[in-house]
Design a protein around this ligand. Structure first.
Ligand code: ATP
Length: 356
């Protein structure tokens, strides 16, 4: 029986996770599957109360005792620099070595795109963001702080091993899903050392996937094309920082943060699923948070657990909610977070996977 650790977290994280768990349990029940779901109290409240974000024993338990982790969102204005977020989320990413950050951006309904010249062209941009190095390793420091001569250095770390494994993950995914092209995004003209490594590794690894089209783009050009002609992308592989930025842009182009799920994975070992959005303190507690990103995380989770039929059922029910206008105000609907969750859970029975 798959064991799932659920960390609702902060702000709207708790609200959307409640809906995701509801949908997850209902979907499992419909197909006769049992899940063991355990809730973890981790977030700003606990950090402010105890001064501890996550213990060593909890890291170990999350690493060893669960098949997958479902996270809502972390972040609270009362915690300086979101210290608890860094400890928990970045801690899990680095310690479980979750080197693949997979962010699918699918235009589920043409009405959701802010682009006015798409003319019904389908958009699906699967972003593979390197998740354990790049500009996020926090190498560097500040010198002569608060003086006119202050210096800040922030290194961008790229290893052959790190680049190779994310590039391979992107190609493997493209092959498995029959995606036509993998695009590598860098800034090789201005940042030639990192760019040179990424380009050489991309060519080397890509040689093993001759059936897949392969191209490289500068990140500024990629940003422009995500707006101008997003349909030219299939799979995108890129560094931690560029992936962070481009995936928010790709999410905006395909319906906004309220819909975008993500998976942090070490293939074959560990996986953590979370919506791309944060804890959104500005709308927390008002019942208006869109739960569909968190619900779509459940689809990714089922896929990872080896149940594509269940994944499809959840995704189909989310798509049906959008098509029927059963949405929160960010998508133009008038339902509350709970009502959308209830609607999707009820729609699961009527949204069987195409494959069954
Ligand atoms: P961070 O990215 O640093 O965690 P944050 O928590 O302040 O930032 P996000 O949660 O990423 O912000 O979202 C930015 C804005 O997008 C929010 O202020 C909110 O208005 C909107 N938003 C984000 N997620 C949702 C959602 N699920 N439903 C509706 N609106 C959302």
């Amino acid at each position: 029986m798959p064991r799932i650790a659920v960390i609702p977290g902060d702000g709207i994280g708790t609200e959307v996770t409640r809906q995701a768990v509801k949908v997850m349990e209902r979907a499992a029940a419909l197909s006769g599957r049992t899940l063991e779901v355990t809730h973890w109290d981790m977030g700003a409240e606990r950090y402010l109360r105890t001064g501890v974000a996550i213990t060593e024993a909890e890291f170990r338990a999350l690493a060893e005792d669960y098949d997958a982790i479902l996270l809502g969102a972390l972040g609270d204005p009362r915690v300086a620099d979101d210290a608890h977020l860094r400890e928990i989320l970045l801690g899990l990413r680095f310690r479980l070595d979750l080197y693949v950050n997979y962010r699918p951006n699918v235009l589920l309904d043409p009405r959701l795109s802010p682009l006015r010249n798409l003319d019904g062209r389908p958009v699906r941009v699967d972003i593979f963001r390197e998740n354990t190095e790049g500009a996020y390793v926090n190498l560097g420091g500040i010198f002569r702080k608060d003086t006119p001569d202050e210096v800040a250095i922030q290194e961008d770390l790229n290893t052959r091993r790190g680049v190779e494994r994310i590039v391979r993950a992107a190609f493997e995914y493209a092959r498995m899903r029959g995606r036509p092209r993998v695009t590598m995004v860098d800034k090789a003209n201005a940042l030639p050392a990192a760019g040179s490594l990424w380009r050489r590794v991309f060519t080397e690894v890509g040689a093993g996937y001759p059936e897949i089209e392969q191209d490289a783009m500068f990140v500024d050009a990629a940003a422009m094309d995500l707006v101008r002609r997003p349909e030219r992308f299939a799979v995108v592989v890129t560094s931690n920082l560029f992936g962070d930025i481009l995936s928010d842009l790709a999410a905006a182009v395909t319906g906004g943060l309220g819909l975008a799920p993500s998976a942090n994975v070490h293939p074959g070992r560990h996986a953590l699923f979370e919506p791309v959005h944060g804890s959104a303190p500005d709308i927390a507690g008002r019942g208006v948070a869109n739960p569909l990103a968190a619900i779509r995380c459940v689809a990714l989770l089922f896929e990872y657990l080896g149940d594509p039929g269940l994944a499809e059922r959840v995704e189909n029910a989310a798509v049906a909610a959008i098509a029927g206008g059963k949405t929160t105000p960010d998508l133009g609907g008038s339902l509350t977070t709970d009502q959308v969750g209830d609607w999707v859970a009820a729609a699961l029975a009527a949204a069987p996977p195409r494959s069954s």
